[in-house]
Design a protein around this ligand. Structure first.
Ligand code: SF4
Length: 249
């Protein structure tokens, strides 16, 4: 098995065009084989860049960004994450000091129990293949339960630098109070190109394998029985991902 630790870090220069704007990004890239979770920060960085560009374009059209620190209304929604993000979030929780770690783990357990008692747990464990209407319907049912994300503290994200791609790509220009009722009529989203999260979803998958999507709040479910993802070749993975993003270097 190739080594996955202490990889040399090199800097890759990537030119991207996002919403017609050319951006040059310097990306620290670990060489060789790595755990899939190690590549997520690269895509998180790209998701942040895409969100900034989308917000800037929206502001030029006279729309204002409503999202700000201390407003966590959207953090009660069903947040989709990928398999690699699930593993990264588990590492994030495991690295937390006590008693914070136990508090966060207890929150995850409380949500699992609530979903079980509402008979929603089974259908939420893998939402990959659900059709859009079923997923939206599950999302509405989930939101009605009013369960904050386990990482939400005083209406702010306590893992801001580690938040998943979908959190980074969800920005709105409708009034913040509308987020208490997140229906299509109430919410005006700022459209962020989701290519970075799409690439993040594909990390670590075998050829032909479809990404598995699950809710963030089930990231810790049966963690002890789960297996680690296999190490992947950084160069191959990034080459493929950046090609899908239309990048040049
Ligand atoms: S990870 Fe952070 S931003 Fe995402 S839902 Fe949880 S608290 Fe909100």
């Amino acid at each position: 098995m190739p080594s996955v630790d202490n990889n040399t870090i090199r800097t890759a220069i990537v030119n991207l065009t996002i919403m017609g704007k050319r951006v040059k990004v310097e990306i620290p890239v670990p060489e060789g084989f790595v755990r899939p979770t190690a590549l997520l920060p690269i895509f998180y960085n790209l998701a942040d860049i895409a969100a900034d560009i989308a917000v800037d374009a929206a502001q030029k059209q006279g729309r204002n960004l409503s999202c700000k620190k201390g407003c966590g209304a959207c953090c009660r929604q069903l947040v989709p994450i990928s398999e690699a993000e699930k593993h990264r979030l588990r590492d994030v929780v495991s690295s937390m000091p006590e008693p914070v770690q136990t508090k966060i783990r207890n929150r995850f357990t409380a949500i699992e129990r609530r979903l079980e008692s509402e008979k929603m747990l089974e259908s939420l464990l893998d939402i990959t293949n659900l059709d859009v209407e079923t997923r939206h319907s599950l999302g509405r049912d989930y939101f009605r339960l009013g369960m904050p994300c386990p990482f939400l503290e005083d209406e702010s994200c306590s893992i801001h630098s580690e938040r998943p791609a979908s959190c980074r790509e969800y920005v709105v220009s409708s009034p913040a109070e509308n987020c208490a009722q997140p229906t299509a009529e109430n919410i005006e989203k700022i459209s962020v190109p989701a290519a970075a999260s799409g690439a993040a979803y594909g990390i670590g998958l075998k050829i032909g394998e479809k990404p598995r999507i699950l809710p963030l709040s089930l990231a810790m479910f049966k963690a002890e029985a789960d297996t680690e993802m296999l190490p992947i070749n950084t160069a191959d993975t990034l080459e493929k991902a950046f090609r899908s993003l239309g990048a040049s270097r």
